[in-house]
Ligand binder design. Sequence first.
Ligand code: 5GP
Ligand code: SF4
Ligand code: MG
Length: 459
Amino acid sequence: MTTRDSIAPVRFLAHRRREECGVIGLWAPGPRIADLCYLGLFALQHRGQESAGIAVTNGLHIDEVKGMGLMTEAFRKKRPTMAGHAAIGHVRYSTQGGSVPCNIQPLFAYPPGGFIGLAHNGTLTNAESLRQELEATGSLFRTTTDSEAILNLLSLSSDLSVEDRVANILHRVEGAYSLVLMTPDRLIGVRDPQGYRPLCVGQLQPGQYVIASESCALDAVKAELIRDIRPGEMAIISAEGLRFRSFGLATRQSACVFEHIYFARPDSVLDGQSVWRTRFRLGQQLAREFDREADIVIPVPDTGITAALGFSQTGGLPYLEGLIKNRYVGRSFIMPQQISRATAVEMKLNPVRANLEGQRVVLIDDSIVRGTTSAHIISMVRRAGAKEVHMCVSSPPITQPCYYGIDTSIRKELIAAVKTLPEIQASLGVDSLHYLSKQGLLDQVNDPENRRSCLACFD
Ligand code: 5GP
Ligand code: SF4
Ligand code: MG
């Protein structure tokens, strides 16, 4: 039943393996498993729009369907339907390039002890050296993803149980990884010792469990959140039930703050914190740090909305919709390549002149990366009659690219890495520009002393 893409490895993409994805695994014996996996994965679509895949097993066979694009495209012709006891799914983040069918996850290996399926969210920082080492000793790679190195390492020592193998090999793997693994009789969730990327476990009903990147996927299948998998921990699910096992070296947790700022869905709860509440508090903090006079607060939809509500409440300024988003347009970087960024912004957003005309506007967005989208949005707000535009950003200036999984492009494209605040202000065309302070961010993610958060892209 297994279908395989027999595409040769494409080496030209080896330098671009920055991936931020969504993963899910279910243990729910019965005929509904494929549908449940589809429903749960659909709730994680925001974590990746480049490709999607689902694999279901009954222990003997694997029913696997993968495709490029959004889930609606990837599964348009066919969806997995087989009854089984376990399933895993993956949606992959869209980056420029890097989209080749052989890289679509889940990935499978077939060592003597039984198959291993893998869905990976994260980026391994020693992937290239692991790959060279594995290739030198005869391992074959079928993809250009770093995830396959984990799969090949797991396939080597097949005399041990899968969880022992996981515990053994992960000491050699560096970087960010939240994994869901499926074998004929086990489902295993693994979170790296720094806990860069989220991963949680929930219960559908007694004996039935879900592992997912975000709790919104648990809600989608009506599962109850049990808890997050801890950094350096495995959640092992089998016919005997659920258990946790620690494999990690004791290291400092480095949870990605961008999950809270921008990436995760606001209805998710990550490491015990509501993303919506955190975003709201970031907006409140921005208002406390803002020292200008203004008339209204408007968000850049969708990701600026929650912070704008917090800003409005604490700053005592009315919240208005000043930009309307075309709901059929996705995140701007998955637009067709031929059209300009300005046209892309105009396709996505349109100003509400009635709310903007003559107003001193506080414009709220979650982050500025290259500054190109923001500049187009600001000029749109001005053309619609705003008297002043004060841009408030609910994250500090991004001055470093991320090596752990979110594609914030290379350093020279990051506007805050190459320009000073007055220069950025001038190139955006704003009357004033305010970034959230690092301490303000730490306070609002409930980590004032910076013991658990990664802030590497702000340093
Ligand atoms: P810019 O003005 O830097 O061109 O674009 C900023 C906008 O891009 C923000 O609204 C932010 O929500 C969005 N954005 C899209 N992709 C990413 C990403 O991978 N990381 C971050 N931090 N923001 C992104
Ligand atoms: Fe997240 Fe930035 Fe750390 Fe990357 S560098 S994991 S984007 S906080
Ligand atoms: Mg945005």
